[in-house]
Design a protein. Sequence first.
Lengths: 435, 293
Amino acid sequence: MKPVLVIGGGIAGIQASLDLADRGINVHLVEKTPSIGGVMAQLDKTFPTMDCSICILAPKMIECLRHHNITIHTQSEVIGLQGNVGDFFVKVLEHPRSVDAKKCTGCGLCSEKCPVKRPSDFQAGLGQRKAIYLAFPQAVPLTATIDRDACLWFTKGVCKTCEKICPANAVNYEQIENTIDLNVSSIIVATGFEQYNPKGIGEYGYGRYKNVLTALEFERLVCASGPTSGILNRPSDGGIAHNIAFIQCVGSRTQTNGYSYCSSSCCMYATKEAVLIKEHEPSSHVTIYYMDLRTFGKGFQGFVDRAQSYWGVKYVRGRPGEIIEDPNTKNLTILYENTEVGKVEKDLVDMVILCTAAVPHRDNEKLSSVLDLRLDEFGFFDTKDPITAPIETNMQGIYVCGSCHGPRDIPESVAEASATAAKSAEDEFRFMVNK
Amino acid sequence: MKVAFYPGCTIQTDQIGYEASVRNIMPKLNTELIDMEGASCCGFSPFSSFNEAAWYYSSARNMAIAERMNLPMLTLCNGCHLSFTETKHVLTKDQVMKAKINEKISREGLIYSGCLELIHVFELFHDKLGEDKIKHVVTKPLTGLKFGAHPGCHAIRPSKLIRPDDSENPKKLDEMIQWLGAETMDYPGKIDCCGSSLASTSGKTVMEMAGEKLKNVKNLGLDGLVTTCPFCFKIFDNRQRAIQSVIRDTSIEIPVFYYTQLLGLAIGLKPEILGLDLNQSPIDAVISRIGGL
């Protein structure tokens, strides 16, 4: 039997890999960043159950690492494809970590001593990491990596502190990139999405006003493993935010700046984050400015009802037109039309969270040309048929799951991941039986 | 640099201080203003709401005069600049209207082709002359002063037409003021309308809108408000007493300047030739701090 290639190590890629591996099929899991986990690893809680996100995800990540049938390739990307279903030849480029994965114990001493600081991707830019770093505490594999663009040895030829300090002698500046060839029966694409950059909507002042954050930034702020250990210190002065507003549909459902589709998970994650604020401090004021509340999933409406009735989260139907910052206090005034009463109103708040749309990943175009996949009008991967073949693509034997082919929440991504695993397993037996 | 000079009617009938300041600073900046023979109103305010053809005719006719001079056209007023930009935009698409207008203006021997380069005040000072040339002529830097910039709506909106600055975060006027040695600060409502387009229908609303802005400027302790638009200036400067009485707040005493007046002071020109004696807001303290009095 031939292995299956899974591209992308977020929750969808992890679930697909585990399903296949548990059926006895070998899997190569290719992930571009230094650790698997994806966006779900950055989330504080999940809706509608308010489970700890990393507590659900970390066991699955560890299972991937320990599973005999799964080989994880981090800091890697797919650069070439030939062949057909049942007999694909894939080229994978592994970028050098500059740390020997077999020796590194993940003790973190190197990052402690490293003198170079860079914004941390995991903390959505709110916190800092070093030039040699572990992506996050639960990273899989728990191996340090060197950011060669930041490292003093690679940029200026000095330092080498990490090599001297490493008790396991794991640092290896000589590592080079490595191409591996894989022969696989089918491919699952689970490369996920990225966040819309709200700088495109100038009236909300993101990037100019310190106390305007994206929802993913807020997710790190409210998280116990975040830059403030979960205390809601607003960025301008570190004061605790008590009056917080969420703005929905930032970059989605618009005909001007952004995308026309519904981003699908924002009504729910805003409600989740609103409830988190109330759990932290019940006397906080939380307002969600929405266009329509789209609570279509199992248990979703009940979750919103409880946010309103039990926690007292305020929902206002209206799309704010402008945010104005007070230059002295850095408090923010939101101007909006309350369309339930037809009045133009304003509110003064400490902090604004922009619920930004999930948008196609910038690398989709590159990957689609490597794999010969079609993209849809927005830049997501296109599927063969939206109704009867929602996870199949124009290429037989290549499947898509999760938010790489449109915005999705976690339950839907996981369900799709299992579906692609079933399809891949079917290919395995249909095309491989005599080989 | 030579430009066809289009001051516009508001400035020529009402805001002659602005025109004086422009005419007197330009020689220092090696820019020659050539007057446009036979120029008229751009047509924006009198016609745009009820007779589009008359509006496009007025705008295109003036642009045709500048085209005949074979020079780029400098407009001082935000409204005129938008009027010309919009007319250009429309006539590029609407060839029937363009032919109709050309038929009318051909009686005066004019042709509108649409090739004219329009120059807004921001574009002249910020993009064409630029930081180095302006800093080079400044002899009396406005050190220690802090102004609020008021770009005015028509300089930044509608964002779908090409405007001289960003519609949500305009910075050019701020930078131009900073090149004179002063500081600037973003104040709440910086991009809000002065209200002047409502002047003929609801005077009270105008005063309230403008009053809100002046209050914000006052609360931040800024030394004054700077603009380049004659309509905005009329409201904030000429009507400041009226604003005080409508919003019942006599503590609002905000000096208001045209950018070109400040530039003139910074290059050492006398206040008289910059039209500063026509400003009605309390500007004397600022001028003496610059050392102009």
